[in-house]
Write a protein that binds this ligand. Structure first.
Ligand SMILES: [Zn+2]
Length: 511
């Protein structure tokens, strides 16, 4: 779909389109539920505040991305002309455990109340994730929301939805929707262009210039661990083909969904979706062709991963130690994918490697509470403590004797620095996401001086550590983002190039 929609016919009544967002990526294996407070802390805007934030001068997602889907959508409306956009509510929280039912009901009710106040409308656009999970709700939360929304507005109102490309597609996410698009970058930078694409297609549909029909298919595959980047093999070819598909004027949209693997949704897996202009046969044919391409990547191995002992040995042996720290990416406890960050396996391993200067963030709110006042009143105090990690996470307890060195309040909440010889722990009362070296300087440490720094995210930290850390080792630790465990649960071989030892990694208990 290249050129649609046309400009509004002069003198016509403006079309009214309401817009909003309910966006959360759930990790069903985190014991920390996501409550309303997580949205309030991250992003929760409604009405005029939302309208202001989604202009080109506004900031839509504070400290994350100034222009995202809703700004993109409003630009599409501005370019098309003759459109009145009506802000509902927009809610987003950082990835975390499943949402509480109370939180979901509150956010859903508010969205519908605002829609009721906005009525009558011709169309609705929602930015959704597609991998939410809600405690006590068996169906996909997005399906629940869309069913209620469709029931509320009736069949005559056109509904457009954009999903994260990690959505777990199901009929409940497709059937109530007229226009469906998804991100086409991984990691995702195309939030605003995605909203723009959704807006253009919705407006074209409302003006009768296109009649979108859908075909989609689930694929029995789950990948991850750096194998799903859109501009790197094996995915590069598939994304290129998908973009080319949308240049066909008969095609409204083409999407590939590479599922967020850390939920307990069933069935869980990739999916492809194609929407055409009134041609269901073509949509099915193109879905099959796209599915075939995607399935070629099905048996890609996970990248090489190391157990903590092997990673420590590499850090110790590497010849250019003075060139800066080795990063251990704790791939099984990735806070950016919803893990709680309280995995103690790496702490235990590094406590047994006393020759390495190691910086390790770890979530343990009870230990922060125990040491917070000591850190202020008497830094330098020696203490014997027991590190337990995130409550309910089932991590090994680690007894440590060391020094309460410093404290600070950061983006990861309250942080207490506890030194055990050369091992420096940043004990946090919220899931730690120390993607910037300033996290360490806040507690008196210099990132460059470490031999090892543990990270709880895959990619984003690299931007800030480009000149600090040259070597990045994925390390397994049997936590809430263990891809090996996901593949094992779903009957896929847990292969990883160069490390057959992964086969015997301790299995994280299925939720
Ligand atoms: Zn995603």
């Amino acid at each position: 779909m290249r050129t649609l929609p046309s400009r509004a016919p002069s003198g016509a009544r403006p079309l009214r389109i309401a817009y909003g967002r309910l966006f959360h990526e759930a990790n069903a294996f985190s014991p920390l539920p996501t409550e309303l407070e997580a949205f309030e802390r991250c992003h929760l805007l409604a009405g005029d505040d939302l309208a202001r934030a989604t202009t080109l001068r506004g900031v839509e997602l504070r400290s994350f991305m100034p222009h995202a889907e809703l700004t993109g959508f409003r630009q599409a409306a501005r370019v098309a002309g003759g459109i009145e956009t009506v802000p509902l509510e927009s809610a987003m929280a950082v990835p975390g455990g499943s949402m509480t039912r109370a939180c979901f009901d509150t956010l859903t009710a508010r969205l519908l109340e605002r829609l009721e106040a906005a009525a009558p409308v011709d169309g609705v656009y929602l930015a959704l994730h597609g991998s939410m999970q809600v405690e006590g709700l068996a169906e996909a939360p997005e399906a629940h929301l869309l069913r209620r929304l469709r029931g509320f507005v009736g069949p005559g109102v056109k509904l457009a939805v954009s999903y994260d490309l990690h959505a777990n597609l199901s009929s409940g996410l497709v059937d109530p929707v007229d226009v469906l698009v998804a991100y086409r970058t991984n990691p995702h930078w195309d939030l605003a262009p995605t909203g723009f694409r959704a807006g253009r297609r919705l407006i074209a549909a409302l003006r009768g210039e296109i009649r979108p029909v859908h075909a989609w298919r689930k694929l029995p595959m789950i990948l991850g661990g750096g194998t799903t980047i859109d501009f790197v093999a094996p995915m590069r070819k598939i994304f290129r083909a998908m973009r080319a598909l949308e240049d066909d004027p008969r095609v409204v949209s083409a999407s590939l969904f590479m599922v967020h693997p850390f939920t307990s949704a069933e069935p869980l897996g990739w999916a492809v979706h194609v929407s055409t202009d009134g041609d269901p046969g073509l949509a099915s044919d193109l879905v099959e062709a796209l599915a075939e391409r995607a399935l070629e990547a099905r048996h890609v191995d996970l990248p090489p991963m190391h157990d903590p002992g092997a990673a420590s040995a590499i850090a110790r042996k590497r010849p250019w130690r003075m060139l800066g720290p080795v990063t251990f990416v704790d791939v099984d406890d990735v806070v950016g994918a919803g893990a709680p960050g309280g995995n103690t396996h790496l702490v235990r391993a590094l406590a047994g490697a006393p020759d390495l200067e190691a910086y390790v963030p770890v979530h343990d709110p009870a230990l922060v509470a125990e040491l917070w006042d000591v850190a202020a009143a008497a830094p330098g105090t020696r203490r014997a403590v027991v590190l337990r990690g995130t409550p309910g996470y089932g991590m090994p307890e680690v007894a440590l004797e060391g020094v309460v060195a410093a404290r600070a309040t950061t983006d990861s909440g309250r942080v207490v620095r506890f030194d055990v010889g050369k091992l420096h722990l940043a004990v946090c009362d919220r899931p730690p996401l120390p993607i910037h070296p300033s996290f360490w300087s806040a507690i008196g440490l210099t990132a460059r001086r470490a031999d090892v720094i543990v990270q709880k995210n895959f990619f984003h930290y690299r931007m800030f550590y480009r000149t600090i850390s040259m070597q990045h080792l994925p390390v397994v630790s049997a936590g809430a983002t263990s891809l090996v465990d996901v593949r094992r649960r779903h009957g896929e071989p847990a292969r990883s190039r160069g490390n057959p030892g992964n086969e015997s990694a301790p299995a994280f208990p299925p939720a």
